[in-house]
Ligand binder design. Structure first.
Ligand code: MN
Length: 266
């Protein structure tokens, strides 16, 4: 099995090396990752400048490819030619910091797995729920291996990826694996306005820790209680329940011409 890995913490982050070491027990691992931290870049891709993918030596002595592109770029680069082998599975992580609830819309880690799913490959994103510098990635490594083996043997629907979050706890304190849905995690942003030495204003986004709504069955609740959370995530962002509500607004009859004449009257 050929596994392409990437991340958004940068190619020299400890988490991607831990992921590589773990996955090497079940397949051949190829690394294409950003040459610098790219957290919270979402699903951005690079269209306006040349992309590089330079071979670099990783801390274990192996060679990976460092790119000036985003995590999603790295997946595309890996699948479209930087790696000569045919890739079977895409894995993104192990991210330092959780990707829960509404984090997913900002996450470079999850977006990279999304790019894998768009390319038609089984894909997963994995994060550990701590920002500590000293992180034990062993439990996350074990669960990554198990899930990659399952992905290789099971049929995940097209366009679906797995988003995995592991509590930062020793294995003995983790309750197990919970299959969850995306919950609610809100950032109450504040804007800090400051003045630079030349008198011009500049801004920092800041704010308090995110506010989690701990609803039963959600990723945020599972991780807060010490479960490994596995959420199937689909690229289709449609809110199906709301389609009939929007239809009931009478959009079909909106007049786009000053007279108020309906387009449907023509
Ligand atoms: Mn990150």
């Amino acid at each position: 099995m050929n596994i392409l890995i990437t991340n958004d913490d940068g190619i020299h982050a400890e988490g991607i090396l831990a992921l590589k070491n773990a996955l090497e027990s079940i397949g051949r691992v190829f690394v294409v990752a950003p040459d610098r931290p790219r957290s919270a870049c979402g699903h951005s891709i690079t269209l306006h400048k040349p992309l590089r993918a330079e071979p670099v030596k990783l801390a274990d002595g192996s060679i990976g490819f460092a790119s000036n592109g985003t995590p999603s770029d790295c997946v595309s680069l890996g699948l479209l030619g930087v790696i000569d082998e045919k890739i079977d599975v895409v894995v993104s992580g192990i991210n330092r910091g959780p990707n829960l609830g509404w984090d997913l819309t900002y996450s470079g880690t999850v977006s990279a797995a999304m790019e894998g799913a768009i390319s038609g490959l089984p894909s997963l994103a994995i994060s550990i729920a701590t920002y500590d510098l000293e992180v034990d990635y062993s439990v996350a490594g074990v669960i990554a291996c198990k899930l990659v083996q399952m992905l290789a043997n099971q049929n995940l629907p097209k366009g679906t990826l797995l988003n995995v979050n592991v509590p930062a706890l020793p294995a003995s304190e983790i309750k197990g694996v919970a299959v969850t849905r995306q919950g609610k995690r809100e950032y109450i942003n504040k804007l800090d306005k400051r003045t630079d030495p030349s008198g011009r204003s500049y801004y920092w986004f800041g704010g308090d820790a995110p506010v989690d709504t701990l609803t039963e069955g959600t990723d945020v609740k599972a991780v807060s209680e010490g479960w490994i959370s596995v959420t199937p995530v689909h690229i289709d962002l449609t809110d199906y329940q709301t389609i009939s509500l929007i239809e009931s607004w009478g959009l079909q009859d909106i007049g786009l011409i000053d007279s108020g004449e309906s387009l449907n009257d023509k």
